[in-house]
Design a binder for this molecule. Structure first.
Ligand SMILES: Cc1cc2nc3c(=O)[nH]c(=O)nc-3n(C[C@H](O)[C@H](O)[C@H](O)COP(=O)(O)O)c2cc1C
Length: 228
């Protein structure tokens, strides 16, 4: 049994503690060498049988601007269509946690309760990628089913943490998977690849109030059971 590598543990704890979802970005592009390191680090993600079912389509520059221009219009004129079922309902503590983080978001930008227009506009920012200069769309192979999607979730976690370590900010966005046909068509994603989630990333606008809050977490007792 090897002892904890305290220096590494401290660095990881810091990265985990400091990471937060970023919803406002500077226009600065992500340099190619930083993108390369990010993808190389995320590629170390484990997966069942090492199948590595993820494929990541990174969109930047003019290609991203073209999609950014159209996506918000598209979602306002089309019904949602997903490759994986979205949650059917949120109840109990899940509903409470969802409400808490939604209100943190709305409070940060001065949206008052009941202002559906303003909250709708904030939601639309998802489809403008919150102004991020880069977006990664994560797909899985259809045949690998639920566990392929689980592997992609592991990939997303590695991607987010690797981004944090490289000084980048990021946000996972299921919203981007809510209109799968749009991205499938625009990015040329074949039918056998299923869209799991998107990640907008870049350099954080630290002065923007939307990046000014930290979400809470449930106590360990509420989520972990140790049986000995
Ligand atoms: C799979 C996944 C999907 C998410 N989808 C969205 C989304 O569509 N829009 C959004 O604003 N945030 C989205 N988030 C960000 C969560 O709201 C955020 O991770 C959560 O509130 C915890 O906050 P933190 O990331 O700042 O720690 C998503 C996060 C994950 C892991």
């Amino acid at each position: 049994m090897s002892a904890p590598k305290e220096e590494q543990v401290t660095i990881l704890e810091e990265l985990l503690t400091e990471r937060r979802s970023c919803r406002a970005y500077l226009g600065t592009p992500v340099p190619p060498q930083i993108l390369g390191r990010l993808l190389t680090m995320a590629q170390r993600s484990p997966s069942w049988c090492n199948t590595q079912p993820w494929h990541v389509t990174v969109i930047e520059g003019d290609a991203l601007e073209a999609i950014r221009y159209d996506f918000a219009d598209y979602v306002q004129t089309h019904s949602g269509e997903t490759d994986f079922p979205f949650p059917e309902r949120y109840t109990g503590e899940f509903l409470e946690r969802r409400r808490e983080c939604a209100w943190q978001l709305y409070d940060s930008v001065g949206i008052v309760r009941g202002d559906r227009h303003a909250s709708g506009e904030q939601t639309l920012e998802n489809f403008r990628f919150f102004g991020a200069p880069a977006v990664a769309v994560i797909t899985t192979e259809a045949d690998l089913g639920t566990y392929g999607a689980v592997d992609c979730g592991v990939y997303v976690a590695h991607f987010l943490l690797a981004a944090q370590s490289l000084g980048l900010a990021a946000i996972a966005q299921a919203a981007l998977a809510s209109h799968a046909p749009f991205l499938r068509e625009r990015l040329g994603i074949p039918e056998h690849r299923k869209i799991v989630v998107g990640i907008s990333f870049g350099y954080a606008d630290d002065d923007h109030p939307v990046n000014g809050f930290l979400t809470s977490r449930a106590d360990i007792d509420a989520v972990a059971t140790v049986i000995s």
